[in-house]
Design a protein around this ligand. Sequence first.
Ligand code: PLP
Length: 377
Amino acid sequence: MKRKTKLIHGGISEDPATGAVSFPIYQVSTYKQEGVGGHKGFEYSRTGNPTRHALEELIKDIEGGKAGFAFGSGMAAITAVIMLFNSGDHVILTDDVYGGTFRVMTKVLNRFGIDSTFVDTSNLDKIKSEIRPNTKAIYLETPTNPLLKITDIEAVAKLAKEHELLTIVDNTFSTPYWQNPLELGADIVLHSATKYIGGHSDVVAGLVVVNSDKLAEDLHFVQNSTGGVLGPQDSWLLIRGIKTLGIRMEETEANTKAIVEFLQGHDQVKKVFYPGIESHPNHSIAKKQARGFGGMVSFDVGSAENTDRLLSKVKYFTLAESLGAVESLISVPARMTHASIPAERRAELGITDGLVRISVGLEDIEDLIEDLTQALK
Ligand SMILES: *Cc1c(COP(=O)(O)O)cnc(C)c1O
């Protein structure tokens, strides 16, 4: 099965009980047992629900792993994955991870004895120098948010295996349509499905796929024990979103390419961050490990005043957190998505006050360019 076909026919594409082509929403919490323990595979919807199961089978197929898991948000998914570890364990993470990931590691999970170190994972030597006897995993985000830095997944997974560490990849920005970390040697891939996978700004969800039966068993134990599961209605919305993921990503890619070219030629724009640009420091790695560069672009307009002026003028770029939806979105990382990161650390990372991040949507490219042209004037 090729990739767009798999998005539509992967997993359990129709209801075995009725033949319904759109997998039904099983809005149910419990299931009749014929005798004690005599059930048809479902006993209680925290443990398993048919609609959620259909989604979990689908994401498993499209990421190419052993088992899929759906959670009530990306953060619930990330937290469940980190709960595979024990008090006293240590995790190495990409330095400019999603702000919420930084926050949960340093303000919540640290209280349960899980230690973390943040390094520039695009530099293998820096990762190596942080590996300790109690290190259990390397957690990557690539491309990163908002500077679109790239880490070589295959090289990190190889290093991790040498040290018996797990490789975990947050694949939210690339989506399984463009990048499949498990095929590159990672053990766990996860998504904020709130973004491209849902794709329509109407659901908050998280997905995880693991590459071994042992990890599948352990993560199901955490999922069932801690209970951050996705409901049947939202599971159905993701199944629907995934059917068009391929065409949405192809269209976004084309729009983004045109916008990047426009921004690069604009005299109000100091710098453009996008892995598809040949001068991007890790362009060749991005090209090697992903089939597309995605729809996220950041650019620097020099100052907070310039960003405010731009924001007040744009018509089709909606000022909002989040990304990956049909509508184009614009945000100022320093004051929005990354506000929970201390100012000092933001400066270290290069997240300046003039940095603007856009998520390119599916509007006509002529309208998007015209909008940016008038707003940057
Ligand atoms: C949004 C996001 C998350 C968190 O997901 P939620 O669904 O908002 O909980 C994690 N990682 C990345 C890269 C994100 O963009």
